[in-house]
Design a protein around this ligand. Sequence first.
Ligand code: P6P
Length: 325
Amino acid sequence: MKLEKTFMNFLLEHQMRHGRTLNFVILMESIVTAAQYIEYYYYTGALKKNLGEAGQTNIQGESVMRLDLVANQIVMSYLTQSHQVIEATSEEHSDEVLLAEGGRYFIYFDPLDGSSNIKHSLPVGFLFGIGKRCLDGPEDYHLRKGSEFIAAGMFLIPAGVFTFALRNSGTWRFIKDEAGIYIRPEQVVIPETQSSWELSFNTANLTTYAVPVQRWLNENSPKYGFRYAGSLAVDLHRLLNNGGMFLYPAIVNHPNPGKNRPSGKLRLMYECSVAACLMKEAGGAAIDERGNDILDITPTHRHQRSALYIGNKVITEEMRKVLQS
Ligand code: P6P
């Protein structure tokens, strides 16, 4: 009987190969457990319609929390029990959440990215990036840039797919088996053959982008396929498989100037930097509206937003030239 390699086996081998501690394995066990419960919650909570949007009551007559608040509670609960996290940044909390003073890690996460998809039974994502305490000097609690993340990951829910990047050790994909265990590590490398490449952006926003970006899209869109799911986890998952570029540009030409988003829509720390880590370790790149590498941007605010252009190096370099022209 051939038993599959589990995510935990994979991670333990990595830690031992690099002479690392088991603290990271304990942390990752708590994150995987949270993801399993979020996925269970998706099936039992949302699809059976006994959880609605905020303000409704479920079949027990309890007041219902928003879907992502429950997912956030699940993650915070398991991170707390791991005793490994100094402080957590979550999309659901305006400030950092102090967890374990003696912890070794910082975590930045979005527990349910794209949660508006749930009521349509469409996939969502649990995204996270992990920073590490400064071990050779005083900890200054600065917000880690993506290149300082030791790992980043994305659970595609309810697909049972976990994509995980270890700094300088690649991006790996795991699938959930019948027992609910993530198994079968397969390295992810974004394909270079352009025949499968797609562009992925919200075409309804096209005329609101900077003119050079509009021009590039109008000239180049016919060369590629097109897909857009409206959930970063879904679009990133497909992008890693097919190649091309996902873009959420700054909105600077909206007919109603009050609706412009000059800093972009996506959150830098727990959307863009997580995606950039996964993409970099899969052989791609990610830049912002100024053409700067996402991984090099040190956040000034934990919920700051950024534009995102992410995908194969060739096409993101082409876009960098456009943005810096
Ligand atoms: P739009 C979901 O709300 C999200 O934060 C990302 O997951 C997704 O890529 C983006 O916003 C979709 O934005 O404006 O196209 O609906």
